[in-house]
Design a protein around this ligand. Structure first.
Ligand code: DX5
Ligand code: ZN
Length: 223
């Protein structure tokens, strides 16, 4: 199974976006995680369609959009048109998760469902057969640079066990507070896509940080 890194653009130096994206792409980073926040679902506002559209021209990475917005069904089409390859929506943010899944599929993007720290795996069990990714939050969504919640690994383990038991194919992504010191805990629990914001773009040497993460991912991929 592919094990890979998805640096979060939230922590990029916004005076050097093109340059920093090129650096990590050249270093072989496959995914870019894009945190879209509306100031309602989470107490913060980040960036949206114009930014995604702009960087789409400058990057071949797989764009992994993480929508932290209420009623995400309103914007699925636009996020896809802007250039997202994977669209993750929060199950807590919509009254119609099945409708969101259908809309994302219709758009041609891959479908991801995200759960906040207080949301149990049970909340998304009905959808697991139909989706490409589950994103488990290991911080309260809204801000980069928070502390990793290790207890969330129970949910990753449950998702990995269900995946095996039923032959599901979803990727398990973990987002929030992941560092080089705790990434092995995340991978040991069964996640295979690692989001890291401050632990990559917040570092002096972003290429070294990304490469160190990817070396660990490779190790797990080959295991
Ligand atoms: C938080 C975002 C994360 C965030 C991760 O709401 O979903 O993707 O950027 O940042 P770090 O890795 O610094 O916790
Ligand atoms: Zn995120």
């Amino acid at each position: 199974m592919a094990v890979c890194l998805a640096p979060s653009m939230l922590s990029i130096d916004f005076t050097k976006v093109g340059e920093q994206l090129a650096l990590i792409e050249q270093a072989g980073v496959p995914y870019l995680h894009l945190d879209v926040m509306d100031g309602v679902f989470v107490p913060n506002i980040s960036f949206g369609m114009p930014v995604i559209k702009g960087i789409r021209k400058a990057s071949h990475m797989v764009f992994d959009a993480h929508l932290m917005i209420v009623d995400p069904e309103r914007y699925i089409e636009d996020v896809r048109k802007a250039g997202a390859d994977i669209i993750n929506f929060h199950v807590e943010a919509t009254k119609d998760a099945a409708g969101c899944i259908a809309k994302i599929k219709e758009s041609g993007a891959k479908v991801g469902i995200t759960i906040k720290p207080a949301t149990p795996v049970d909340a998304i069990v009905p959808y697991l057969a139909d989706i490409d990714m589950v994103l488990v939050m290991t911080v309260e969504p809204g801000f980069g640079g928070q502390k990793f919640m290790a207890e969330q690994m129970q949910k990753v383990e449950q998702l990995a066990a269900r995946k095996k038991e039923y032959g599901y194919t979803y990727d398990i992504e973990v987002d929030g507070g992941v560092t080089l010191d705790n990434v092995r805990t995340v991978l040991d629990a069964g996640a295979n896509i690692i989001v890291a914001g401050s632990a990559v773009f917040g570092k002096e040497d972003i290429v070294k940080a990304a490469s160190d993460f990817m070396a660990i991912c490779k190790e797990y991929e080959q295991a």
